[in-house]
Design a protein around this ligand. Structure first.
Ligand code: FAD
Length: 279
């Protein structure tokens, strides 16, 4: 039997005690599916530092690999050094290295301009100790000067020492395949893992997609709008669309899948089962 495709799952660190409890339950529900690793996001400018570390610690205690995200906007070399020392003491092996976005009201961008500089700095300080994931954008990062400039920026992160990449979410498989082609032409050989966003609420997704530059195709938008407040119809259609997307990505050669769980178990669990990825 051929080996099942790996998959990883992303959480954000909850802000309330209730959210922490809920995430514990969600995590154990999803752990039985056999993910390769869990990753935990990091609030812009370090706002979730302790909470991110706490969730990472708990996941590791449960015997699953946990990858903290780390963003460098607003950071100093010394603050990143401190983070790396903490990761080492916790036994962390994988980091998702990002630039992040300067939070409103925070004026000092710190000592790093781009994620490539963070990746280079981590390599300089710790050699090959950590497996480094970086972000990539099949539909182009919103601040990029051009498509080609964004592919070059991605190639720079790889040149600086990234081992693998997770993409921003998208709903158009061709955008992914053409980005992979462009990256390969630019000399990038590392895995480019599609980031998959399940659709639980269309209105929330539409708002969020505008800020991060992910496109919702017109036909999908119109179908969702047609369902009005019918949560069941939205859920069923969202699951079908995302299952089909994942099937296209897998048959086109995606190396694994990374699910943005939004700290909910239901949709991700259903997708993993439908795709036959549960271990
Ligand atoms: P970079 O790779 O530095 O790119 C940022 C922009 O700068 C791009 O437009 C790029 O084209 C441009 N650029 C890069 N290098 C150069 C150069 N030398 N000259 C000119 N332009 C350049 N955000 C969080 O706050 N916390 C998280 O935990 C988090 N997790 C994420 C996980 C994934 C998988 C993804 C896809 C995104 C995540 N983000 C997170 C969002 C991310 O921080 C933002 O998209 C941010 O705006 C860019 O971060 P980056 O690491 O891609 O930056």
């Amino acid at each position: 039997m051929s080996k099942k495709l790996d998959f990883s799952l992303e959480f954000f660190p909850p802000a309330t005690a209730e959210g922490v409890e809920k995430l514990r339950a969600v995590r154990s529900e999803l752990a039985v599916l056999g993910p390769d690793f869990f990753s935990v996001t990091y609030g812009a400018g370090g706002s979730t530092r302790d909470r991110t570390l706490q969730v990472v610690r708990e996941i590791r205690e449960a015997g699953i690999e946990a990858a903290p995200h780390l963003s460098c906007i607003g950071a100093t070399q010394q603050s990143i050094r401190d983070h790396l020392a903490e990761f080492r003491s916790m036994g962390v092996k994988r980091i998702v290295a990002l630039r992040g976005d300067l939070p409103s009201g925070m004026a000092d961008p710190g000592e790093f301009r781009y994620a490539s500089e963070l990746v280079g700095f981590i390599r300089q300080e710790t050699g090959d100790e950590f497996f480094l994931e970086v972000a990539s954008y099949p539909e182009v990062h919103p601040q990029a000067r051009s498509y080609d400039a964004d592919v070059r920026a991605f190639a720079n992160k790889v040149q600086a020492g990234a081992n693998s990449s997770i993409t921003q979410y998208f709903y158009n498989a061709d955008a992914y395949f053409s980005f992979v082609d462009a990256a390969r032409k630019a000399g990038v050989t590392i895995p480019i893992v599609p980031g998959i966003m399940p659709i639980a609420s269309f209105s929330k997704l539409a708002r969020f997609s505008e800020s991060c530059g992910a496109e919702i195709p017109q036909w999908m938008r119109r179908r969702f709008e047609g369902f009005g407040d019918d949560a069941e119809a939205i859920r069923a259609f969202g699951l079908d669309v995302v299952t089909r997307l994942c099937e296209q990505l897998i048959s086109g050669g995606a190396p694994s899948l990374h699910f943005y769980t939004l700290n909910q178990a239901g949709m991700t669990r259903e997708l993993v089962h439908r795709l036959g990825l549960a271990k």
